[in-house]
Design a protein around this ligand. Structure first.
Ligand SMILES: Nc1nc2c(ncn2[C@@H]2O[C@H](COP(=O)(O)OP(=O)(O)OP(=O)(O)O)[C@@H](O)[C@H]2O)c(=O)[nH]1
Ligand SMILES: [Mg+2]
Length: 577
């Protein structure tokens, strides 16, 4: 008998038993290993024979034993002890997307008969198992009660799972294959209803920082605007106060698990963190889940990638994306693509991400060379413009403050202005002619935001350097924003970083039409600003008067010897009060 046993070739190498094996005898481990040979018919949760052997072994080793079963009834994994971690091979082979179940069920023995613990139900939801269950071991080594639970399709309610009434094992009549087929169909139907309703990709937003609730909420509102600007629908916003410091996952692992469970349950496609994830945090999270997890910087880079139209803009964005990804490309082979990926397939493609660091370095060098070329041409453009000797007024400000709208109304142009963040990436210059025949050049450029990713500042340096040519910076502020001070300071910080604090500045409070009329005056006095509404041309007179006065004071006199080219953007609008 033993001879036959030895010569029967194993069709598959027997995988290891995982978990708490210390102190077990080799014979005990081999006995547990032999469970890998068992088969369970499709319609059964567990066979009586397998249940009985598991119970006897449990009694022998005084530790719980879990079997992870596939839908075909094979034993995929055996875990001894209470810690439930699937092996990387199993996680890779059986993926759990937000739209499906994992195709694995787990049944674990327990020495005392107890209902399913909260922790066990969390594992069910986190791992998106088909089913989870415990099997109590009777003192004589026979199976006692079985406790089973399964996930529920998302139905708007917050119930994640359903716990079935416990029954003695031999009375368990659940027909597993039919049950799981119906459950899966319901999950799919619920997801299909959701995608028809919304179409777009969806996300759960998370802020984890030591800041107070109000500040985090304010930042989450801005993050939601950014997400919308990237075409991502926000399903939920979660603020979590954490201790300052370098957490492995940015927030506690229990809380992160909660977030991931919510993401799976609600069918969201990704999690977006307001805080920048360090390369180590990105890697640790990627090892924990298949769900796409990105941070605010990646989101902003993604918006830039969507909006970049000019060749220069595209090069700048790709450069910023690669610089952001480079330190994050140190992970293990299979994780490279997931780590680097943005929202869709925009920006550098997967193949580039999977290439080695060397090639990314080469690409960066190549792009930097391209950018230097652009910068040279830009220098020539500037020189040409300088010969005209016209004063340059540059519009700067927080994204969505109304800079492009103001350029359009001042210079009768048609630059794109929309209610979404980072609509403008490329610089546009247009002439504004005052009735007195004095001309200036007005330039509109990319907007700023608090904590502007440093990769972007670096890559957009050539675009932003144009601001050095300005004789006056018109700082446009959305007067109706909830956090006017924060926005003003964020812009001033960026200007300082760019070494532009020496250029005269004029503060303009835009969108005053959104304020009650009696608040406009006091607000303007408080900030020593000029109040306007770019969508109401009549309100621009004081601003134009100030502009005219400013350029008149400037020593640079406009030269008249170069005939001005006919321009689309010539303004006939201005008139002095
Ligand atoms: N109510 C009101 N809306 C305005 C005003 N000025 C601009 N807007 C709106 O604000 C939104 C953003 O305007 P843009 O001109 O694109 O803002 P921007 O500063 O150029 O934004 P970025 O290019 O993203 O940095 C658009 O929907 C405009 O119609 C205003 O004075 N009042
Ligand atoms: Mg704009």
């Amino acid at each position: 008998m033993s001879f036959i046993h030895r010569v029967i070739p194993r069709r598959f190498p027997i995988p290891d038993v995982h978990g708490q094996l210390t102190g077990l005898r080799a014979s005990q481990v081999s006995a547990i290993e032999r469970l890998y040979r068992r088969r369970v018919p499709h319609d059964k949760v567990l066979t009586p024979e397998l249940a009985k052997t598991m119970c006897q072994l449990t009694l022998d080793i005084r530790r719980p034993i879990a079997v992870v079963l596939t839908r075909r009834g094979l034993v995929q994994e055996i875990i001894v002890g209470t810690d439930l971690v699937l092996s990387p091979a199993t996680s890779a082979q059986f993926r759990a997307g937000p739209r499906s179940l994992r195709g694995l069920r787990l049944i674990r023995t327990q020495l005392r008969d107890q209902p399913l613990s909260q922790e066990t139900l969390t594992d069910l939801a986190y791992l998106r198992l088909d089913m989870i269950g415990t099997l109590s071991v009777l003192p004589d080594g026979n199976p006692g009660h079985v406790h089973l639970a399964h996930l529920l399709p998302p139905d708007g309610a917050n119930r994640l799972c359903n716990v079935l009434k416990s029954v003695p094992f031999h009375e368990c009549v659940l027909q597993f294959d039919r049950f799981i087929e119906e459950l899966e169909a319901e999950v799919h139907a619920a997801r299909a209803r959701q995608s028809i309703q919304d179409g777009d990709e969806s996300a759960i937003l998370v802020s984890a920082s030591p800041h107070g609730r109000a500040e985090q909420e304010e930042r989450l509102i801005e993050l939601a605007e950014l997400a919308n600007s990237a075409g991502v629908r926000v399903i939920e916003r979660i603020a979590q106060r954490t201790a300052d410091g370098h957490q492995r996952y940015l927030l506690g692992s229990g809380k992160l698990k909660d977030v991931l469970i919510q993401t799976l349950h609600k069918g969201a496609d990704m999690v977006i963190f307001d805080q920048t994830l360090s390369p180590a945090q990105s890697r640790a999270i990627a090892e924990m889940t298949d769900i796409k997890v990105i941070d605010r910087t990646q989101l902003i880079l993604d918006i830039f990638a969507r909006r970049a139209h000019s060749r220069e803009g595209k090069v700048q964005v790709e450069l910023a994306q690669l610089r952001y990804r480079l330190p994050r490309l140190l992970g293990k082979g299979t994780q490279l693509s997931r780590l680097g990926g943005g929202i869709g397939s925009r920006g550098p493609g997967e193949t580039k991400l999977e290439s080695d660091r060397r090639r990314i370095h080469d690409r960066i060098t190549h792009l930097e060379r391209d950018l230097a070329q652009f910068a040279k041409h830009q220098g020539q453009r500037r020189a040409r413009r300088d010969r005209h000797g016209l004063p340059v007024v540059s519009l700067v400000g927080y994204t969505n403050a109304g800079k492009s709208t103001l350029l359009n109304v001042l210079t009768k142009s048609q630059v794109s202005a929309e209610n979404r963040m980072f609509e403008t990436l490329d610089t546009t210059s247009r002439r504004l002619r005052f009735p007195e025949d004095r001309e200036i050049i007005v330039t509109d450029t990319v907007g700023f935001i608090r904590d502007l990713p440093k990769e972007l500042v670096g890559a957009f340096r050539t675009t932003l350097e144009e601001l050095h040519e300005a004789d006056l910076l018109l700082h446009v502020v959305d007067a109706g924003a909830a956090d006017v001070d924060v926005q003003i300071n964020a812009v001033i910080d960026v200007l300082r970083d760019l070494g532009l604090e020496g250029i005269p500045r004029m503060l303009v409070l835009n969108k005053c039409d959104r304020l009650p009329p009696d608040q406009v005056g006091p607000l303007c006095r408080r900030y020593q600003a000029i109040g306007i509404s770019a969508i109401q041309p009549d309100t621009l007179r004081p601003l134009l008067a100030e502009l005219y006065a400013h350029v008149s004071r400037m020593s640079r006199e406009p030269t008249r010897d170069v005939p001005s080219q006919p321009q689309n953007g010539e303004a006939a609008l201005a008139s002095r009060p």
